[in-house]
Design a protein around this ligand. Structure first.
Ligand code: ZN
Ligand code: ZN
Ligand code: FE
Length: 759
């Protein structure tokens, strides 16, 4: 006989880990115990050596699907002669962070029960188990047990209680456990407030009839309608005041997804993962016409997702094979509605019917968005299904920290010791309601994860709502982190890079310490600091933020900069408007200077014929990427690199603009111009990185910033850098855009407080 202790770290609570250990110990005739301890499970087992070896192997190989094991440590103990194997009550440790599992899509076992007429949960819309269901979105406090969730007010029936208490059951300590007899119930309410009877039937009927239904999901409301019905989709657009931004579509299963889009094996894996994100997929030449054109106008891609709650499965089963638009339940720019009253109130005039249940949503958590590019996925929005999973850090935080992220696409992060927790997507912090949710959720995470920050890291932009929040919080040391340094440090943290790197940070805008707007940056960076090695030439941004909505303004600024008087390529714009902007540029009126690659994309999009006005962030760049996707033309435009000696290198875009303008005037197809532009940026990345390597000896290149959500660009840049012999790192588990900033702020702040030793 031998006795061994195992200490397992990771997401191990509320995911069926203890029953799994219990069942295995019994099967192998081992005695001892298993106990939860916050972010750990402690196990002691006693038995024959070969049984112990089998146990150890199966511990990792056979772990339940939602468990995320970070580490397993073991040690030998003296034999104690236990009589049986026990599940011991949770032991809470005061000092350690607590791990919380992300929400997970309905598992196959629950799905089978859902449609099994003999099962007691047949057609029950809130079925779940330890392998699936709500987690983060229903938590009200710590530690994670039923009393600290929005399920607290539902008294378990005897049958559910028996399952909940039985270690051999799939629902042992499934905190949101429920059934027809004891759990949440559905209702469908019409615009007049009347109950319409059987809820799913009413909702499905309304959708089939071309109406718009507000559907309560896992982390908020969706607005749903028949994606194949042009007038329903058009009505949704006009009522929601959303002109062009693509809608996500839910299809019943993988086969239905493959009918409208091309789906690779990697993409299928993403679609079917427990996180169930929206996956941006290439529309099929034939097949995609079953989806109304207004769903994703001017896009070669469609955002598809599969059902992830039992309610979705029931609804999809009743709409006769239709695909459904499933867009966030809000008015444009507002945060998504989460509670029934707010949804009734704020979606009045948009929805015709509300499909509700009475399990409250505590944490607003929107759908995650991901796409595949080259050899791996890019997270565009990291939220439901990812947050708040722990991320292992290669460095230690000397004190518990909070990083508040940026202003747009906000996420925040908490970190302690060697682990960081990145929040769900909070959206843009312009609206009071979004800012309130941000402040509430920061407090909730601090309690939930048991991380009490002593350091708060923030962006240097003084007008970001997140910065103001950080500076207003008393009793915590604030550390400001430059925007693009945070982008690069975020990607470094993901890869555990500590040696200096060449960081390429390209995005729309970030606060630059020299009074200009940065966004086309090459930084020689380590976690604690950086030097600006190169940047794109500063260009006037006429009208500031308005230039981001009217891309032709940047086109005019670039043409003026390149000494081109002919603005015939912008013939679609009123001559008087062009005159005004030209004058602004020439006289420097309300024209901040920017090195932004995002704004360069705007200029090129306008020269390729993009619409005069954009209605959502990144629209011009997405449009240009879609255009480039239609050409495989080789070749690039010219550019120059100015070396003034001592100062950062400057990438001169004037030759690029001249070449591109000449092509546009000569009637070269816009798709070819767009493609060559992407290739040019790859060549610029490689040339500048080459110079930086010669000067520093560094050959690791890190890519970050929202511009790298563009898959064509990402692959062009990666390819060009790799053929120049550089080692390239891209984001894997964080978005390249501002949703990734908070992790970088953690990494930089940790290096700063650690001082010289850590550096
Ligand atoms: Zn399940
Ligand atoms: Zn029950
Ligand atoms: Fe940024």
């Amino acid at each position: 006989m031998e006795r061994r202790a195992f200490d397992i770290r990771g997401v191990v609570q509320g995911v069926g880990f203890r029953p799994f250990v219990h069942a295995m110990a019994r099967r192998l005739n081992l005695t001892g115990f298993v106990a939860n301890q916050g972010a750990r499970v402690a196990i002691e087992v006693e038995g024959q050596p070969d049984a112990l070896a089998q146990f150890e192997h199966a511990l990792i190989a056979g772990a339940p699907p939602l468990a995320r094991i970070e580490s397993v440590s073991r040690r030998d103990l003296a034999v104690r002669g236990d009589a049986s194997f026990q599940i011991v009550n949770s032991i809470t440790r005061r000092d350690a962070a607590v791990y919380v599992s992300p929400d997970a899509a309905t598992c196959d076992a629950c799905l089978t029960e859902l449609f099994d007429p003999t099962d007691r949960r047949y057609l029950y819309p809130c079925i779940n188990c330890t392998a699936c269901g709500p987690r983060l979105t229903i938590i009200t406090g710590s530690p994670y047990d039923r009393a600290q969730t929005t399920m607290a007010r539902f008294e378990m029936c005897a049958d559910c209680r028996a399952e909940y208490q039985s270690p051999g059951d799939r629902r042992f300590h499934a905190e949101p456990i429920a059934c027809h007899a004891c759990g949440p119930t559905l209702a469908a309410i019409d615009a007049a407030g009347g109950d319409t009877g059987p809820a799913i039937e009413a909702a499905a009927g309304a959708i089939r009839a071309g109406r718009i239904v507000a559907v309560k999901g896992l982390g908020g409301f969706h607005l749903a309608c028949d994606a194949g019905n042009n007038s329903a989709v058009a009505a949704l657009r006009s009522r929601k005041h959303r002109d062009h931004k693509p809608f996500a579509v839910m299809v019943a299963d993988l086969v239905a997804a493959e009918a409208v889009c091309e789906v690779s094996d990697d993409e299928a894996t993403l679609l079917r993962s427990a996180a169930r994100p929206i996956v941006l997929l290439k529309k099929k030449a034939r097949g995609a016409d079953s989806i109304a054109a207004a769903v994703a106008p001017d896009q070669t891609r469609l955002g598809l997702m599969l059902p992830y709650t039992p309610l979705h499965h029931l609804l999809m089963a009743m709409v006769n094979g239709r695909a459904l638009v499933m867009t966030s339940g809000n008015l444009s720019d507002e945060p998504i509605a989460i509670d029934n009253d707010a949804a009734r109130d704020r979606l009045r005039g948009i929805a015709d019917l509300w499909l509700l249940h009475d399990r409250d949503i505590r944490v607003r958590c929107e759908d995650s968005v991901v796409r595949h590019a080259g050899h791996g996925p890019i997270l565009i929005r990291r939220s439901r299904g990812w947050a708040p999973a722990p991320m292992a850090l290669s460095f230690a935080c000397a004190a518990p920290m909070l990083a508040v992220g940026g202003h747009l696409k906000n996420t925040f992060a908490l970190a302690a010791a060697r682990t960081a927790f990145v929040s769900h997507h909070n959206g843009d912090l312009d609206e009071v309601i979004a800012l309130e949710a941000f402040e509430r959720d920061v407090s909730l995470y601090e309690e939930l994860l048991n991380v009490r920050p002593e350091i708060i890291a923030h962006d240097l932009h003084p007008d970001y709502a997140s910065t103001r929040y950080a500076l207003a919080r008393s009793g915590i040391t604030a550390i400001g982190v430059q925007h693009h340094h945070a982008h690069i440090a975020s990607c470094m943290a993901e890869h555990g890079l500590d040696a200096p790197v060449i960081g390429i940070a390209w995005d729309g805008a970030g606060w630059g310490p020299d009074g200009t707007v940065w966004g086309g940056e090459f930084l020689v960076a380590e976690r604690g600091g950086f030097e600006r090695a190169a940047h794109f030439r500063n260009i006037a941004q006429p009208g500031g933020d308005r230039a981001a909505r009217e891309p032709w303004r940047m086109a005019l600024a670039h043409l003026r900069d390149a000494g081109i008087d002919d603005d015939g390529a912008l013939a679609g714009i009123q001559p008087s408007a062009r005159r005004v902007i030209r004058r602004m540029v020439d006289r420097g009126i309300n024209t901040p200077m920017t090195s932004s690659v995002g704004r360069l994309f705007d200029a090129v999009a306008a020269l390729c014929g993009a619409a005069p006005e954009m209605t959502y962030e990144g629209q011009a760049a997405m449009w240009l990427e879609s255009l480039a996707e239609q050409s495989d033309a080789a070749g690039a435009y010219a550019f120059e690199i100015d070396d003034a000696g001592g100062a950062p290198l400057v990438i001169d875009t004037r030759p690029l603009i001249r070449g591109l303008h000449a092509h546009a005037r000569a009637g070269i197809a816009p798709a070819i111009i767009a493609r060559r532009f992407h290739t040019t940026l790859g060549a610029i990345a490689a040339s500048v990185a080459h110079v930086a390597r010669d000067r520093t000896g560094i050959d690791g290149v890190v890519l970050s910033g929202g511009v790298f959500a563009n898959a064509i660009l990402l692959v062009e840049v990666e390819t060009a850098l790799a053929s120049a012999g550089m080692k390239v790192y891209r984001h894997q588990n964080m978005p390249p855009g501002d949703g990734g900033l908070c992790l970088g702020q953690i990494a930089v702040a940790a290096a700063r407080i650690a001082g010289p030793k850590e550096r």
